[in-house]
Design a protein around this ligand. Structure first.
Ligand code: GDG
Length: 756
């Protein structure tokens, strides 16, 4: 698991219990003679979620589908997993054969699946499907309620469990419930076919958050809600308010464990496996690969038709291009049995038509291939073909890219797969246009090496930067934001501006402004963060009417120069250096105790020597990580890592932690937005500075403090009850929030109108 994600989870979700709910379970116990064996599904998603739960503890609720599942659980149907290091609970939901038929094979796979994939003639609806779908969803929801605690966050997966959120919401108003929808969401002209369109939408609107793969599915969902329910929709914010409850919708494109595929594909084991495959099938010339569940939405038939046409048109590729199709049987009932027969019939026909000697155009493997073996096929293939007629994302596309360590392969990708939204560099095809499709195969095979490398290089950067951990992390960030909103009731300032107006009338104000993230956006290089001329002139204008202080973690000189307004109060170095607007600063040489303009002067148990010693060690430990910027501000220091490639963040945090061991007694280390701030343990913080400034320059005035970072929380706490805190983004410590720096400017302009 990525270290940065682990750190985030530890920091933000340590007091919450996470409950994941999915149809499939992460560990299956199967009887094998007298023994019980444990199987783990190979999917990247399951292992990413498994990793999260290993780190946080918590519960995974899923259908107990294994033949040995019942024998290993306790009285509450729970077992702790993983077996080698039990860290979280797996709670199993028992479904009888009828329920499985009707809820799973019926409503889930014969109504919702084909409907959402716009294959309407495959939608087969029976009333008993729906009745048992409801029953199964109630069983899942009850299992969640049995395990839920006061602070549980529930994360539901996919189309099997649409009703779970509403059932939970009706019982527990306070619970945070999120859902990820793995498959497409169709537009209203399609979704209206669903006999339970209202119930499905209402069920899902029990969620606080619904994640979709791409923005198009978010839009389709909103349109369906608009057409079917009497709900308030905010297209700009992507929220639906229905019966008083707000649900937020957002796209989170799912991904794969890039590092895992990349390193499996680079291994000697894989190189040996490639050689074996080549020898076994006597492969020569170009190789193509297709990896799919034997699933009609993956459109294997269209792909085979395109390959057939390709050989028909370009005979010179006979014996020079071999296509390997790995097709794992899935849901082995109708219509899948017939689909398998059709696919196999077509393959025989093509092989019959073009085979020459021992060579045949299509090699067909109809069994599961483990990921550690699959990467050999991915790495050796000159082209991977994905032809879905509709697909939520398509992970095979990203797995192929992550495994292309030699960067010589090309990805042909259906433009109707969610992955096409992101994977710039793939050759996009419309799978319905067989002629273009077959032409695309030719183009790829004759493509210059340079172009292939450029395309694949770009694709690999994309997938590396947005891997499965980034996906989990993005969703958890959104959940944490919801949690904050729920817990703290931080209000959007412009919705409650009259409230503040009343306070302005009765009170004399003292305005405090943080700099980075409040007056300027957080950008990659902290040294390039300057306030705009507009912002500067608003502050300068306002300063003629009310006292203002800018408070920052930056050094005093730096913050004064950047703000560029003279006769104003500044506190730099987290409040340890103060400029009163006329006179020079308070402090000081780091070797001496900090002295602040006549303020009581607490003796520090630590001097600059310790900080310098620590920074010296960090410089060595982090020297090889590109993009780290160590800002030594004398009394305090900041380690900025905004520019560090996400791939190296884990290593950076590990190394930082190792070096920090032993210094905790002397130095206070806080994490801000891609920065570690380091201060002597009893040095002043922004809160001390605010209190001192008010006492010395604004006795009787009411503070308003605007800030965005963790270090501003000290200031928010210091003025609590006496003034007003405004955070950029929702936070625990303030009464009000604004969304960005543009809104800060708007607010300052509003203040100007009030005070002038
Ligand atoms: C749904 C959405 C969305 C395939 N053959 C073998 C094998 N696989 C693995 C692949 C890949 C997974 O199955 C297939 O993932 P997809 O994304 O292509 O498709 P769905 O199963 O339909 O998944 C889809 C996904 O949810 C995630 O949100 O992307 O759009 O339909 O990981 O590697 N794995 C093994 N042997 C095989 O032979 N081990």
């Amino acid at each position: 698991m990525s270290e940065i994600l682990k750190a985030f989870v530890e920091e933000n979700l340590s007091e919450e219990t996470l409950i994941i709910v999915s149809n499939r379970e992460p560990y299956i116990h199967k009887k094998a003679g007298l023994e019980i064996k444990i199987e783990k599904p190979a999917s990247g998603l399951t292992s990413a979620l498994d990793n999260i739960l290993r780190a946080t503890g918590g519960t995974w609720v899923a259908w107990g589908s294994g033949s040995g599942d019942r024998e290993v659980v306790n009285g509450r149907s729970c077992i702790t997993v993983p077996p080698e290091n039990p860290s979280y609970k797996l709670k199993r939901v028992w479904l009888n054969q009828n329920l499985i038929e009707n809820y799973y094979h019926g409503y889930s796979n014969q109504v919702l699946w084909p409907l959402c994939h716009i294959t309407l003639d495959r939608v087969y609806f029976r009333k008993r499907f729906w009745e048992d779908y409801m029953k199964a969803n109630i069983s899942f929801a009850n299992a969640v309620l049995e395990e839920a605690e006061g602070n549980s966050i529930v994360w539901v997966h996919d189309y099997h469990l649409c009703l779970v959120p509403l059932i939970l919401r009706q019982k527990r108003q306070d619970m945070i419930i999120a859902h990820f929808w793995h498959i497409p969401w169709p537009d209203w002209s399609v979704f209206r076919v669903c006999p339970q369109s209202k119930e499905i939408l209402e069920g899902l609107l029990g969620n606080d958050l619904i994640g979709f793969q791409i923005p198009l599915f978010v839009k389709n969902f909103l349109d369906c809600v608009k057409e079917r329910l009497n709900a308030d929709i905010d297209y700009h914010q992507s929220t639906v308010t229905y019966r008083g409850h707000i649900t937020r919708l957002k796209a989170f494109p799912i991904s794969v464990d890039y590092e895992k595929f990349n390193s499996m594909a680079s291994s000697q084991r894989t190189e040996a496996a490639i050689k074996k495959i080549r020898d076994r099938y006597k492969l020569k010339g170009y190789i193509g690969i297709g990896v799919d569940r034997l699933e009609y939405t993956k459109a294997l038939i269209k792909r085979l038709q395109a390959i057939n046409l390709f050989f028909e048109r370009y005979e010179r590729f006979i014996k020079k291009f071999t296509f390997i199709q790995i097709a794992v049987p899935t849901r082995m009932k109708e219509p899948y049995i017939s689909y398998k027969e059709t696919v196999e019939g077509l393959i025989s026909k093509i092989n019959g038509r073009y085979s020459a000697g021992i060579w045949k155009p299509i090699i067909y493997i109809d069994e599961k291939v483990e990921h550690k073996d699959l990467v050999a096929y991915y790495r050796m293939a000159d082209v991977a073909i994905i032809s879905s007629v509709y697909d939520g994302m398509n992970l095979v596309a990203k797995e192929y890219v992550a495994s292309q360590v030699d960067e010589k392969g090309v990805l042909i990708l259906s433009e109707l797969a969610g992955a096409a939204d992101e994977l710039e560099g793939a050759m996009l095809v419309n799978p319905y246009d067989i002629e273009d499709f077959s032409e695309c195969i030719r183009k790829v095979l004759i493509m210059p090496e340079k172009e292939k490398r450029e395309r694949m290089g770009g694709l690999r950067r994309l997938v590396r930067g947005k891997d499965i951990y980034k996906w989990v992390s993005d969703i958890l960030h959104e959940i944490v934001a919801l949690l904050l909103k729920k817990n703290i009731k931080c209000l959007y300032l412009f919705d409650h501006i009259d409230e503040l107006k009343k306070r302005l009338v009765h009170n004399k104000i003292f305005l405090f402004l943080d700099y980075d993230g409040t007056l300027t956006p957080i950008i990659e290089s902290p040294d390039m963060a300057f306030i705009s001329d507009d912002m500067r002139s608003v502050i300068a204008g306002l300063k003629r009417h009310i006292p203002i202080a800018v408070i920052s973690g930056r050094g005093l000189k730096d913050i004064r120069e950047r703000t560029g307004i003279d006769d104003m109060i500044y506190a730099g170095n987290h409040g340890n250096e103060i400029w009163d607007g006329e006179k020079t600063v308070t402090t000081t040489h780091p070797l001496r105790p900090i002295h602040r303009m006549g303020a009581p002067c607490p003796e520090l148990p630590v001097n600059g020597h310790i900080l310098q010693e620590f920074l010296g060690k960090l410089k060595i430990a982090l020297s090889h990580i590109q993009g780290v910027f160590i800002e030594d501000k004398g009394i305090t220091a900041s380690i900025h890592f905004r520019k560090v490639n996400p791939k190296y963040l884990g290593e950076l945090i590990d190394r930082f932690r190792i070096e920090a061991k032993g210094y905790e007694k002397y130095l206070r280390i806080t994490t801000g937005k891609k920065v570690f701030d380091i201060r002597p343990i009893n040095a002043w913080n922004k809160g001390d500075a605010v209190s001192w400034i008010i006492k010395n320059f604004g006795e009787g005035r009411t503070p308003i403090y605007i800030g965005d970072d963790l270090t501003d929380e000290d200031a928010f706490k210091a003025i609590r009850g006496a003034g007003t805190g405004i955070c950029i983004g929702v936070c625990r410590e303030t009464e009000f929030y604004l969304t960005d720096q543009g809104e800060v400017k708007k607010f300052l302009e509003w203040m100007m109108e009030q005070v002038s």
